[in-house]
Design a protein around this ligand. Structure first.
Ligand SMILES: Nc1nc2c(ncn2[C@@H]2O[C@H](COP(=O)(O)OP(=O)(O)O)[C@@H](O)[C@H]2O)c(=O)[nH]1
Ligand SMILES: [Mg+2]
Length: 229
């Protein structure tokens, strides 16, 4: 039997957490963990009261949270979900089905046919599309949304990517390395909503600069990241 872990990622997301809790299909998972970047708004207490296991990060970073989850979860499939209002929990069953049946990595795309984003608008939309273009042009990913965080991957395939701790580069780098490895990357169209309460932690300029650095590094290293274990 294929086992599945749900990984929730938060840093001060109390409003979104409360709004989304009842909509998340927890019963589809064998393990549920929340990795928290140091919330001070009651997010951790909220999830703990609901009986969810919380891992407190020692140092911040969304990418770091991904790696902590990868190391702590022993399930076959890892699905990453951020309860900030952007991601639609109703897409979770479909993502799970796609990863289980035909994908190594499944990304909920905000720019595929039939998709839409109410969050990535203006310069954020431009940036997302530009970096997706870069990933397709340089690394032949063939995707419509290289950077969305709402995604699932087989754990053993993620381990092989040997991703480093990072802030917001994690998805970008995961998509690049998955392409280099020839993974089957499947996208499902999603509708991204506006966030519910709280604030975005991803400053567009700093994220853009870190993406450029990652792209350059990935061009140089080729497949010299691979870890076969
Ligand atoms: N665990 C953890 N989660 C984080 C960290 N930084 C941001 N997040 C969460 O990652 C999700 C996406 O971040 P957000 O700031 O909304 O980025 P945006 O959607 O690109 O604007 C949200 O649920 C955040 O609370 C962090 O350092 N650690
Ligand atoms: Mg967000």
């Amino acid at each position: 039997m294929v086992t599945k872990a749900l990984i929730l990622l938060t840093f001060n997301e109390i409003t979104g957490s409360k709004a989304l809790f009842s909509k998340i299909p927890f019963d589809l998972f064998d393990n549920i963990v929340l990795v928290d970047g140091g919330s001070t708004d009651g997010t951790v207490e909220f999830w703990q009261e609901k009986g969810i296991k919380v891992i407190n990060q020692r140092s911040r970073g969304r990418g770091t949270a991904f790696i902590i989850a990868q190391n702590r979860c022993m399930e076959d499939i890892l699905l990453f979900f951020s309860p900030d209002g952007n991601e639609n929990p109703f897409d979770i069953p479909r993502i799970l089905k796609e990863v289980e049946t035909r994908g190594d990595l499944v990304i909920a795309s905000r720019f595929a046919k039939g998709a839409k984003s109410l969050d990535a608008v203006g310069h954020r939309r431009f940036g997302n599309l530009l970096f997706t273009f870069i990933v397709n042009f340089l690394f032949r990913a063939g995707v419509t949304d290289a950077v969305n965080g709402f995604r699932a991957i087989w754990k053993h395939q993620m381990v092989k990517l040997n991703l480093p701790f990072s802030r917001f580069e994690i998805e970008f780098q995961m998509t690049i390395r998955a392409s280099k490895m020839g993974y089957r990357i499947i996208e499902i169209p999603t509708i991204e909503f506006e966030r519910i309460g709280g604030v975005s932690k991803a400053g567009s300029l700093s994220v853009g600069i870190s993406y450029l650095k990652v792209a350059l590094k990935e061009l140089i290293i080729g497949r010299r990241f691979y870890r076969n274990n």
